[in-house]
Design a protein around this ligand. Structure first.
Ligand SMILES: [Zn+2]
Ligand SMILES: [Zn+2]
Length: 107
């Protein structure tokens, strides 16, 4: 390997490691996470759920609400959580339908 090629390889390795994904507590790439990432977004939660959603009309959020209604229960309202209240969703999982999938599809 010539010194120039060696330097080039080292530079490439350095760049690759600095771009390695860091995972946030929601098991998302930190930069992509709508809660703790670089561009925090409003997310939606239902009182009784354990997940958070990017869309208020997420099918899985709506389905959860309908299920409660069918059982004759009272649905808890869907709450929008802005970045100031991010601690509210700190221990919730990202919804597989509207949070995780869109992130994966983008790649
Ligand atoms: Zn996160
Ligand atoms: Zn969802």
């Amino acid at each position: 390997m010539t010194p120039a090629a060696k330097a080039h390889a080292a530079e490439r390795a350095k760049r690759a490691s600095s771009r390695a994904p860091r995972w946030c507590r929601h098991a998302l790439e930190q930069t992509d996470c709508p809660v703790c990432g670089e561009n925090p977004r409003t997310v939606y939660i239902a009182g009784g759920g354990t997940t958070f959603h990017l869309r208020k009309d997420c099918p899985s959020l709506v389905k959860g609400q309908t299920k409660v209604e069918r059982r004759g229960g009272v649905t808890s309202p869907i709450t929008a959580v802005g970045r100031k209240a991010a601690s509210q969703v700190e221990f919730r999982d990202p919804c597989r339908t509207c949070v995780k999938k869109p992130l994966e599809e983008r790649k």
